[in-house]
Design a binder for this molecule. Structure first.
Ligand code: HEC
Ligand code: HEC
Ligand code: HEC
Ligand code: HEC
Length: 133
């Protein structure tokens, strides 16, 4: 292989690696309540993206952009580091549902709904999400 061909292939491969790592969601998100709320009454929650996606949920079950009541989120926007993905980008400043309620309604709401439907689900009690370290 000639030098420039090798460089071209190398650049292409690096591009693919970069693109896939950008679009992929991080496995574990460790929330820092102090940063999010300026207070920390409970230990920070850890969310495993992978567990949730492997359980068959789609990105849009949790991530949304609403227009006329429809979730019109373009999944291409779900990139690591995109501040607009953060719940705090809208909840609190722009949307009447506050940030703490947004988290609780979404997380506990879905776990409770799935429990009622007798499906595999997640925890509903404080200490099971706010796990002491
Ligand atoms: C299904 C998971 C889940 C359950 C169950 C849950 N929470 Fe939370 N809670 C969260 C998430 C996620 C946040 C936002 C991230 C963080 O603070 O770690 C949060 C944030 C909070 C906050 C604001 C941050 C802080 O530490 O001051 C408080 C207070 C809180 N929860 C109290 C409770 C209490 C009390 C219960 C039980 C009645 C409870 N939570 C049950 C997931 C949960
Ligand atoms: C069970 C709910 C849930 C599912 C399903 C889910 N996410 Fe998330 N995701 C979250 C929460 C909650 C956050 C944290 C938001 C915050 O920090 O305010 C997050 C954060 C992110 C972030 C931002 C990470 C950063 O830079 O801080 C990306 C990117 C992301 N998700 C992509 C995805 C993609 C892609 C999928 C589908 C394959 C997906 N998510 C499925 C709940 C979910
Ligand atoms: C781009 C802005 C935006 C982002 C980012 C966002 N939301 Fe929302 N969210 C909204 C709007 C707008 C509504 C509708 C409010 C209403 O009906 O008045 C809403 C509604 C909700 C509701 C009510 C039930 C529902 O789905 O309609 C919950 C719970 C919620 N959001 C949680 C979250 C969580 C958790 C995150 C982060 C993973 C998040 N939101 C990210 C704008 C946003
Ligand atoms: C749309 C439904 C849905 C939403 C929203 C959701 N979950 Fe879950 N959660 C599930 C399901 C289904 C499971 C079972 C997954 C399994 O057992 O593999 C689960 C399992 C869990 C578990 C136990 C497994 C583990 O990772 O340790 C925790 C903790 C958890 N969820 C936290 C959260 C938090 C925190 C949020 C909000 C940020 C949230 N969940 C939002 C459906 C949901």
């Amino acid at each position: 292989m000639k030098g420039y061909q090798f460089i071209t292939v190398l650049v292409a491969v690096l591009g693919i690696i970069l693109a896939s790592s950008l679009s992929a969601q991080p496995d574990k998100i460790v929330f820092d309540p102090l940063k999010l709320f300026g207070k920390s009454k409970r230990p920070g929650v850890t969310l495993s993206h992978n567990r949730h996606v492997e359980a068959g949920l789609s990105c849009k079950d949790c991530h949304h952009v609403y227009e006329n009541g429809q979730n019109v989120l373009d999944e291409g926007q779900l990139e690591e580091g995109n501040q607009g993905v953060r719940c705090s980008a809208c909840h609190g400043p722009k949307v009447r549902i506050g940030l703490e309620q947004a988290f609780h309604d979404q997380c506990i709401g879905c776990h409770t709904r799935l429990l009622k439907e007798k499906k595999k689900t997640g925890p509903r009690f404080c200490g099971q999400c706010h796990v002491k370290k």
